[in-house]
Every structure is written in structure tokens, then in C-alpha cells.
Design a protein around this ligand. Structure first.
Ligand SMILES: *Cc1c(COP(=O)(O)O)cnc(C)c1O
Length: 377
């Protein structure tokens, strides 16, 4: 059925709230279900920044123990996981809010704090969900220009430009460190200086989805700044370093009052029982997390070097992916998919010459490089 019919998408879009009319559904990249069927185990999935080594074995065991409880609702408060997260981050459990992935929390923050007539500020090349969240609630979007490609932190967030974009109508600022898809990050001084200059009426959402993977001496999480800035919100996820993307669990850290207001909108039982149990177990397994950090750092460096050696420009990254300039990225990407290697095209981000490559296992990275060499030949 086409859009022109009475029951088509255009007809319903006309009836949707103004913010929804201009939205496009989140683009998850390729049709992985079909590709998995076609390539089986030979498929190399490096498009979604998943952890190729998987979660802690303790998380898997925790899920298995939950299988006899599937007829019961989970703990509506997620109290055990919140307590553990509070202890991990040195905050009170009342400062923790759980989400069905941090994507849900990023959307909810806009729902709670912004609407038509309000402005939401975010950086160019910032995580795609920032724009989606702001647009969905009908807020006015203010995009701050990114740092140039020849900056020390290529395509990174320009904190001065973000500050300049803030006005009296600004309700929210979104930014990420490390950021997806650029891989860029901030040091503690830059972050503290930025927060000191943001007016108190503006809520700053700092997305730290890759924080556990950052190991540069000049990287700093914003968690230490929470006591000084009640307008700061930090989002984290179990989808990346913890390897639990399939279970959908993320969280935010903020002032207790902000969390209490967010709780009003939270859907009951938004985080399921197996996820609560697995995340608590994963959090406790600090050795596994350290192992993942080590493996990722090693493979990230090796992959960056191998790609650079082939003449492609690799941007600095503190995450589990690399943003790489290929020039004819579209053709390279299409040839790789045909060979069973999935990467993420960046045209949707306004970076048509780039591809985003998730750091895989040593074997996956080898297969990627072999496929790239075959394409180049
Ligand atoms: C992957 C990612 C998320 C998290 O997603 P979940 O919904 O928690 O799986 C959030 N922010 C950024 C920047 C990401 O790359």
C-alpha cells in the first residue's frame, strides 16, 4: 500500500504531532537477519559497536537462573542493580535511573524537559539519537558546529560553539564523551570548564556509552562533577563494554530530584528480569571488564595501524570503533557487504567519505582487512 492511500504513511503522518512528521525511523544499518541467513558464521559484523567477546560468564549464568521466573514481573524498582550502580559510581541509589537501553533514557530526557518553543542544543556529528529525541518532542534544534578535520580532536565537539548556541530558550544540551560516531573525547579540565559556563537552567546530558573502554590519560568521565552540578545528567549503558546489547539496559546518574521527576514518566517494568540479574552480575565481574578493555585497546591499536598503513585516514578513538576516511566509502562499503563484512556507512551523519568500523576480535579484523585488500586490488 502506498503513501497516497487513505491508510498510507503520509496520511497518518499528517495526523501525527508536528515533531513526529519530520522524523525518520532510526536507521539500524543493514538487514542483519537476512545477511546472517546468507553468510552464516562467515559474516563479519562490525557495524553496531557490539562487544565481540561477549559478556561476563556470570551474566549468562544469571540469565539462566531467571528462566524459572519468566511468569513473574521483575522488580519494578530495580533496587539491587541501582544499589550496585550507586556503589560503583560513589552516588546514592536515588541518583540512578534505569532504562531499556540508554536510548530510552535519551528520548525520555527530551520528553520530560523540552517541547515546542524550547531549544535543544547538540553538536554536529553527535550521536544520532540526540536529534531524534529533540525532534520527537517538537523542540527547536540548535546544532553547534564541530571542530574541523585538521583539529587535534578531528570532528570532535566544539565546547565553545555549544556554549554559543545556548540561549534563554535552551532547555537541554546533549553531548557525548567518547562520542559516536567520531570516537572523540574530553579531558576533565575541558568538561569542568564547560559545565561551569553552562547556565543553571540548562540540563546537560553527557552520554558516556563508551566510558568503560576509554583508557587515554587525558580522558575523564563526568561522574566526579555530579556533586557540583545538579543540572548534569550522565548516561551509561550495558550494551557496549559489558557486552549485553541484546538485553537492553542502560542507566543515568543525576541529582535525586531530577531522577524523581524522570520516574514519573518511566514505564513500569521497563527493564526485564533477566536484564536486571545479568547487569548486576556483569557489574560485579570487574576482571571480565578489565579483560575486555585490554583486548579492545590491543585490537583497536592494531586495526588502526593496519588501516593507516594501507593509506586510509583513521581518526583517534577512545571507543570500540574507528572512524575511517575512505574517499569512495560508498563503493568500498557495498563491496564489503557483498563479501560478508558489515560496516556502518556515515552518509546519514553528513560524512559520506567515511565508514565506521567496530573493533572486532583479531580473527574478525583479519577477515575485514583481507576483504578490504581484495576490494582495493
Ligand atoms: C550504543 C550507544 C548508546 C546506547 O545504546 P543502548 O540503547 O544503551 O543500547 C548510547 N549512546 C551512544 C553514543 C551509543 O553509541
Amino acid at each position: 500500500m502506498t503513501d497516497e492511500t487513505q491508510h498510507g504513511e503520509a496520511s497518518f503522518a499528517a495526523r501525527a504531532r508536528p515533531g513526529i512528521r519530520g522524523l525518520r525511523a532510526y536507521d539500524p544499518g543493514h538487514d542483519l537477519v537476512t545477511l546472517r541467513r546468507r553468510f552464516g558464521d562467515a559474516l563479519v559484523e562490525l557495524g553496531s559497536n557490539e562487544n565481540p567477546w561477549g559478556p561476563s560468564p556470570a551474566a549468562r549464568e544469571a540469565v539462566l537462573r531467571q528462566l524459572d521466573m519468566l511468569h513473574r514481573y521483575p522488580d519494578p524498582l530495580g533496587a539491587g542493580l541501582k544499589r550496585a550502580l550507586g556503589e560503583r559510581h560513589g552516588v546514592d541509589a536515588s541518583q540512578v535511573l534505569l532504562g531499556n537501553g540508554s536510548h530510552e533514557l535519551l528520548m525520555q530526557l527530551a520528553q520530560v524537559f523540552a517541547g515546542p518553543g524550547d531549544e535543544v542544543v547538540y553538536p554536529r556529528y553527535g550521536f544520532a539519537v540526540f536529534a531524534l529525541a529533540a525532534q520527537a518532542v517538537g523542540a527547536t534544534l540548535r546544532v553547534a558546529d564541530a571542530l574541523p578535520l585538521d583539529a587535534a580532536m578531528p570532528l570532535g565537539h566544539d565546547l565553545d560553539a555549544l556554549l554559543d548556541a545556548i540561549g534563554p530558550a535552551t532547555r537541554l544540551v546533549y553531548l557525548a564523551s567518547p562520542n559516536n560516531p567520531t570516537g572523540t573525547w574530553f579531558d576533565g579540565q575541558a568538561l569542568a570548564g564547560f559545565l561551569a559556563r553552562v547556565p543553571e537552567h540548562v540540563i546537560v546530558v553527557l552520554d558516556e556509552a563508551y566510558a568503560e573502554l576509554a583508557d587515554a590519560p587525558d580522558y575523564a568521565s563526568g561522574t566526579g562533577l555530579l556533586p557540583r552540578h545538579p543540572n548534569l545528567v550522565i548516561t551509561r549503558t550495558f550494551s557496549k563494554a559489558y557486552g549485553l546489547a541484546g538485553l537492553r539496559c542502560g542507566y543515568l546518574l543525576a541529582a535525586p530530584g531530577l531522577v524523581a521527576v524522570m520516574e514519573r514518566l518511566r514505564e513500569s517494568f521497563n527493564v526485564n528480569g533477566p536484564a536486571l540479574a545479568a547487569c548486576e552480575a556483569a557489574l560485579a565481574d570487574v576482571d571480565h571488564l578489565q579483560q575486555v578493555r585490554d583486548w579492545n585497546a590491543r585490537e583497536r591499536a592494531a586495526l588502526a595501524e593496519a588501516l593507516s598503513a594501507r593509506g586510509w585516514r583513521v581518526l583517534p578513538s577512545q571507543t570500540n570503533f574507528l572512524l575511517v576516511e575512505f574517499g569512495a566509502a560508498g563503493a568500498v562499503e557495498a563491496a564489503l557487504v557483498a563479501a560478508g563484512v558489515v560496516l556502518r556507512p556515515m552518509a546519514g551523519y553528513g560524512l559520506p567519505g567515511f565508514l565506521r568500523i567496530t573493533v572486532g576480535t583479531a580473527d574478525e579484523n583479519r577477515r575485514l582487512l583481507a576483504a578490504l585488500d581484495a576490494v582495493a586490488a
